[in-house]
Design a protein around this ligand. Sequence first.
Ligand SMILES: Cc1ncc(COP(=O)(O)O)c(C=O)c1O
Length: 472
Amino acid sequence: MEVFGAADAAAFRRAAEASIAYREGLGARPIGPAADYPAKLAALDAPLPERGMASDAVLEALVAAGAGGLMDMASPRFLGWVIGAAHPAGTAADMLVAGWSQVATMATPTPTASALEEISGRWLIELLRLPPECSFGLCTGATVANAVALAAARNEVLRRVGWDVEARGLFGAPEITVVVGAEVHSSVRVALRMLGLGDERVRIAAADDQGRMLPVALDAELRGVAGPAIVIAQAGNINSGALDPMAPIADLAAGAGAWLHVDGAFGLWANAHPELWDQAEGVERADSWAVDGHKWLQVPYDCGFVFVRDGAAHKRAMGHSAAYLPNSETLRDPGDYVPELSRRARGVPVWAVLKALGREGVLEVIGRCCRLARGMADRLGQQPGITVLNEVRLNQVALSFGPEGPEGDAMTRAVLQRVQAEGACYPSHGQWRGRQTIRLSVSGFATSEADADIAVAAILAAWEAVRAERDA
Ligand SMILES: Cc1ncc(COP(=O)(O)O)c(C=O)c1O
């Protein structure tokens, strides 16, 4: 069999061409999948092929399969789920990563991949203003980053009381007190389940009306705790964008001898921007942090970062060693900081995005997203019947339509359905403070004032239509 033939080269070119055509069409077509796509899915559902086909023919089939079935998440008017927009430099770098086909686990056999990861990690620590001594790992997203950090936390708080989890597991171990805020993200709960810490046995500190953990409630939950403890704070509530008050939380965690972890999937980026620093004040005092690359940093999916102040604890929890693995004595092996052994070279797209944007570019994107979110909230909130439920201090806007209660919830759902079906912009839904919401997450690198205007107009037109339907 040929290693790499003409059909393979044609397939590579087709992938690049189709990606370019796709990106060039962003913003000029409706954002969501075509309404008739499900019918096309039936044609895709073929039996396992007995015989293969050439790579270029596979690519043609794939390009055809994608037509009408894609969500334009890289569109400047995609406003759902805090998702970022996969910067072209990072996307192109990712294509090259696939072409290079590296297993980026060990520094010695894959020096480019591990060097670019190490440089990116250092740059990220500087940008996010985290303690320079932090270790870091590049993983699939904040869910895994939370799990990695909490594994290090669990093992270290038990090690301090003489229990070696790495060797003995949790059977017979002293109990760990875990405190989360009332609006903890579901991914933290998944991490707690994976780590044997239980999702339902955690203590819950009440939150304020923006979803921020109340220090007084944390204080009450930690009172009398003498043994191993972990406090999990949040930088960036998915509904309000609010950050927990980090300084008092850090004081309380330190007072209880607890490990403080911060789930900062998107909100930790506030600590990078001078205009937002006050919201994150004290966040650098934590012991570990989870943050995404594929949200505000615009790295293509999937990419998350975990940072741990105690690098030795991090490596004890995640490090790999086996007789057949070429571990380095002197270099940083990327696989020692995440659970995956075989892993793609995630550091390469991160490096590429940071090179493309630079510090200035990253800060400009973050600042612009927050400004646009505030502007949209102001304009929408002035309209009769539209309620902005959150204080818009970051990039999230939570909107409700109509009166509080089932009628308003139904109207909010109807507005969202119309906006999504029309496709000029694409917000997503939520439920918060007892109400159905439409959530605008402004996190794409290319979203402009003009995009915000189009989105506001689309939402107002849908609201007008829903009201007219009700009054008819
Ligand atoms: C606060 C918070 N934590 C964790 C996550 C999970 O991140 P990921 O989807 O990258 O795993 C999210 C995702 O939106 C989030 O907003």
